[in-house]
Design a protein around this ligand. Structure first.
Ligand code: SAH
Length: 482
């Protein structure tokens, strides 16, 4: 597998400083799957080319150690030994890139910091790139990032043109970009084009993707495809990634896949804020949980598990428990989390429990935090005190995050008639004053301190569409004060 990187920036040999690889030497690096070599086929002031050659050891790749093998469905398949991996560019090239050019990928340079921050003329060539979806797809993913793309399909056999093209293209990209941007594009998009099947994608791949995609992925017209393929078609992870990405960019088009559950949100999306409210809400809840420092978390009334999926994707949450009274919801959540397919170590972090929140349940005691996202309004008002007692009095998590609709905002939803609620199963919807009064009463009764905020666009008259409260148990406040 070979990738070359050429610049005509003057003096071109500065490329050696940016990559932290001296143009006069061949340097080699060990990889889990073989070895990488960096060398310079040409290096003068006018033009300098660095080459990254990845040698793959098919035995290490197929029979290898570690988690890749441990989660393989069977110990041996011929395909692991007889395949095109050693010769074609792929995700292995991408991981080699990350290892060998680590500081350049981050945009850091000790010797040439200004140059690292400057767009310079670059040409990238990958002479043999496995490209599922053909040469067109290579253009669709690279061209929006400012590259001029030449992707030439490689014929299956030059002697027999009638056999047609192989799955490979000869790819050349040229443009004027920061080196770090170029490397991050390659790091993400080479495996996306390859689209090889992996057995196992770690949840921290979402973080890696969002880091590498920072500044360009959110606005990319093919971002849904990029995310899906990069995360090896793990829909739970792709949903979490897309949700995080779109929540960071409220002006974006709403995602079109299943990361948003419209049923859970009733009339929750308006033209005024195009990032779906469900996504903003989930992100606000996640932020509150992260800020609280919680590691073991309950999602009370978890429904179909949209929040659970995002919680599981963040490894700081060491235990994630979804609780719901409805077995249909729990079945949906199990399916969405792909519980049956998760490796043991991940599976152990997640629990789904059937429980009614209006009854004390010892299994829910001792957690750092609990979420009641869009749940209280599903209870008949006379049952609310029972929920308060079970959650705040008995389970007593350190932090409780509550969200609920702001009924005052309903006038802003076209098509929601006066006096109608946002969802057929809502038993009530509170004004801001009613919610604040409830929160204050619960906090005073059970020894919590509350902060009330909102989620979604704040309307000067009627406030935000969603109301949110974060309640912190008072003995925890004292702990953090000390
Ligand atoms: N939190 C999820 C789902 C909200 S819908 C989200 O924001 O997407 C409300 C959920 O609360 C439903 O799944 C419903 O089954 C559950 N629920 C309602 N009353 C409950 C009760 N008394 N005990 C436990 N779960 C309850």
């Amino acid at each position: 597998m070979l990738l070359t990187l050429t610049t005509t920036h003057h003096p071109a040999t500065d490329l050696g400083h940016l990559l932290v690889k001296h143009p006069d030497r061949v340097q080699s690096f060990d990889l889990p799957t073989g070895a990488a070599h960096v060398f310079y086929p040409e290096a003068d002031e006018a033009r300098c080319t660095a080459a990254l050659l990845v040698e793959v050891d098919p035995l290490k790749l197929g029979g290898g150690r570690g988690r890749r093998q441990s989660s393989a469905p069977e110990g041996f398949t011929l395909g692991q030994y007889v395949n095109d991996r050693p010769y074609a560019a792929s995700s292995l090239l991408s991981s080699a890139l990350a290892k060998v050019f680590r500081s350049a990928l981050r945009g850091e340079s000790r010797d040439r910091p200004e140059l690292a921050a400057t767009a310079i003329p670059l040409t990238v060539r990958v002479p043999v790139l496995r490209c599922r979806g053909g040469a067109d797809l290579a253009v669709r993913v690279f061209a929006p990032l400012g590259w001029t793309v030449t992707a030439t399909p490689i014929p299956l056999d030059e002697a027999y043109p009638e056999w047609g093209d192989s799955r490979y293209v000869d790819l050349t990209l040229s443009g004027t970009l920061r080196l770090a941007d170029a490397l991050n594009h390659l790091y993400v998009l080479l495996p996306v084009l390859d689209d090889a099947k992996h057995y196992w994608v770690a949840p921290d791949e979402v973080d890696k993707l969002l880091r590498a995609g920072s500044g360009w992925l959110a606005g990319h017209p093919e971002r849904a495809l990029i995310i899906r393929r990069y995360l090896a078609h793990r829909r739970a992870l792709a949903g979490a990634a897309l949700a995080r990405l779109t929540a960071l960019r409220p002006d974006d088009e709403p995602p079109t896949d299943d990361s948003v559950d419209p049923a859970a949100d009733g009339a929750g999306t308006t033209a005024a804020h195009r990032a779906p409210l469900a996504v903003l809400r989930r992100e606000a809840v996640l932020t509150a949980l992260r800020d609280s420092g919680a590691r073991r978390v309950l999602d009370l009334g978890c429904g179909g598990g949209a929040l659970l999926t995002a919680l599981v994707a963040d490894r700081r949450f060491t235990e994630v428990v979804g609780v719901d009274v409805a077995d249909r919801s729990l079945a949906l959540a199990a399916r969405r989390l792909r519980l049956d397919r998760l490796p043991e170590r991940q599976r152990e972090r997640i629990r789904l429990r059937q429980s009614a929140l209006t009854y004390r349940d010892d299994r829910l005691r001792g957690y750092d935090a609990a979420v009641l996202m869009e749940v209280v309004e599903h209870l008949d008002p006379p049952r609310l005190p029972a929920l308060q007692d079970a959650v705040f009095g008995h389970a007593r998590p350190g932090t409780v995050v509550v969200t609920t609709p702001n009924v005052e905002y309903n006038v802003r939803y076209e098509g929601l008639g006066p006096g109608r609620f946002r969802h057929a199963d809502h038993r009530f919807e509170w004004t801001r004053a009613e919610f604040a009064a409830w929160v204050e009463r619960v906090a005073a009764t059970h020894g919590y301190t509350a902060t009330i905020t909102g989620v979604g666009d704040a309307d000067p008259e009627v406030g935000t569409p969603t109301q949110m409260a974060v309640l912190t148990r008072d003995d925890r406040n004292e702990e953090t004060d000390r």
